[in-house]
Write a protein that binds this ligand. Structure first.
Ligand code: HEM
Length: 216
């Protein structure tokens, strides 16, 4: 990395700024709930704050997940390696928001009844896809520490963390299936994911091609 400003930013500012950016959506939600519960602005989240909250958390989860996937292309295009240092914490934040989204649905919409949640999973395909995506996030979150990378070995860890691609597809499908029109945010999320997957496939293809070319 040639640029000294970028290097200083990477060393001193990137991690704390990322943390603040990742906490901001949660802090914003906490402020809205405080304003509503204290009657300062009772309709700040509209007439259905419960639905507003779990939709907001779902949107935040999927966007943070897509940001996680964008880190590698940025690193590959710019050659700025330190950006990869924030990938794990962004991925963890995606899990955090997805988990809160599920909890908000379970607690606020389904009266904390796991049986009712399970009924929904069985009845509605989009909820089943959301659940599958969340479940696949668990091993990634659990193995996100340096200790786990050491214990598993980099190769196994990298292979395990490829799960991020199928789970992102499941999350986007969950989001797409709940709308009737090919329009709006779910479509934008799907297009971004498709572009990121194409980029990955392209990189993978190039990597396989290079050793073959070197051998000829
Ligand atoms: C057990 C897991 C999950 C359950 C039970 C669940 C449930 C739901 C439900 C019921 C809705 C519809 C909200 C409504 O229209 O009122 C929804 C929306 C959504 N969910 Fe999930 N979900 C789960 C996992 C996930 C995951 C893992 C992600 C992303 C990483 C996600 C992202 C979204 C998004 C983006 C929306 C659309 C929000 C909007 O309408 O603006 N969900 N989810």
């Amino acid at each position: 990395m040639a640029n000294p400003y970028l290097r200083a930013f990477g060393k001193h500012w990137m991690k704390p700024l990322t943390l603040i950016a990742l906490i901001a959506p949660f802090a914003y939600l906490a402020v809205l709930w405080t304003l509503m519960l204290t009657n300062t602005d009772p309709y700040i989240m509209g007439f259905n704050p419960v639905q507003w909250t779990h939709r907001y958390l779902g949107d935040t989860a999927i966007r943070v997940l897509l940001v996680t996937l964008v880190i590698s292309p940025i690193r590959d295009i710019t050659g700025w390696q330190p950006i990869a240092l924030i990938r794990r914490r962004i991925g963890l934040a995606a899990f955090f928001y997805a988990f809160l989204h599920m909890l908000a649905y379970l607690g606020l919409d389904r009266e904390w009844s796991l049986a009712k949640l399970w009924e929904d999973v069985m009845l509605r395909t989009y909820i089943m896809l959301g659940m599958a995506s969340l479940v696949l996030m668990i091993p990634l979150a659990v193995t996100s520490t340096n200790g786990m990378i050491r214990r598993l070995g980099r190769k196994t860890w990298d292979r395990l963390h490829w799960l991020i691609y199928p789970l992102a597809i499941l999350a986007v499908a969950h989001n797409l299936l709940m709308v009737k029109l090919i329009d709006g945010d779910p479509t934008i999320h799907a297009v971004i994911l498709a572009a990121l997957l194409l980029w990955r496939l392209g990189r993978f293809g190039l990597k396989r091609l290079k050793p073959a070319q070197a051998a000829t």
